[in-house]
Ligand binder design. Structure first.
Ligand code: 0L1
Ligand code: MG
Length: 256
């Protein structure tokens, strides 16, 4: 199989926001290693077209999501400058079937890359933690995929928004931060930071370990989306989503 051709196919569907069939229907022998290679090639294509790598995301960090895809481990994806929303507004035009999930973003101040990384190393290397939102959007029909498919599709990365206020890593018990998500005024999800691998810092530890297998590192200034604190909720034009992070303020996002 031609991984470069598959990467071009996915990149095209990401660019146009049009659903596609799962790669594994056509290529059942694709492995997770192939999928990460396809992800990297896809992103190289976007970088060659002028985009830039601004960070990383962890996905499938909650037990519920792992069970739904039938896996035991999280996955990672690459964040590009074009994915970052400057204002809390999302246009669904050009997206396939977007969903929203609350996250905690870590912003790095030091380079971090080691298989033996610990939570203490992560705290030392972290500039701040920011309440954030990720809009995921699978390019696969019906938001249905295998582990291999979703890794190849950059872990369903689409858009993200970071709140205005950053916090010192030592300002909160990040595992105990409660979150309430409302859509059009009605509570649709609740959760706590502990939904992310027990503690969001564990997500950065695991990401660093996974990247170091590929000789990749977190660079200063990079953003890490640590994983959804609740289930992701579908959004359509006209929706207003409010996410309250206990003690840290709220984000309000308008969908058009
Ligand atoms: O951010 C995420 O947890 C998404 C990972 C991919 C699975 C999905 O699209 O739900
Ligand atoms: Mg996410």
């Amino acid at each position: 199989m031609d991984l470069e051709e598959l990467a071009k196919r996915i990149a095209e569907h990401q660019r146009r926001g049009v659903a596609m069939k799962k790669l594994t229907l056509e290529y059942p022998d694709l492995t997770v290693e192939h999928a990460y290679r396809i992800q990297a090639l896809t992103v190289e294509g976007h970088l060659a077209a002028g985009d830039r790598l601004v960070g990383w995301k962890m996905g499938l960090t909650s037990r519920a999501k792992q069970v739904s895809v039938g896996v035991e481990e999280p996955i990672y994806g690459r964040l590009l400058g074009s994915m970052e929303l400057r204002e809390p507004r999302l246009s669904v035009s050009g997206l396939v079937h977007p969903r929203v999930e609350p996250e905690l973003a870590f912003v790095m101040k030091e380079r971090l890359g080691s298989k033996a990384v610990t939570p203490r190393d992560v705290w030392n290397a972290t500039e701040c933690v920011i309440p954030a939102v990720e809009f995921i959007d699978s390019r696969y029909e019906n938001f249905s995929f295998t582990l291999v498919d979703v890794v190849a599709d950059n872990a369903s990365s689409s858009k993200f928004y970071l709140g205005d206020q950053g916090f010192s890593p030592y300002d909160a018990r990040w595992d105990e931060v409660g979150v309430v998500m409302r859509k059009n005024g009605a509570v649709v999800q609740t959760g706590a930071g502990a939904a992310v691998l027990g503690h969001p810092v564990r997500s950065v530890v695991m990401l660093t370990q996974m990247l170091s297998r590929e000789d990749l590192v977190l660079e200063p200034g990079m953003v890490v989306l640590t994983g959804g604190i609740t289930e992701a909720i579908p959004v359509t034009a006209g929706d207003v989503v409010q996410i309250a992070f206990d003690g840290l303020g709220a984000l309000e996002l308008r969908i058009s």
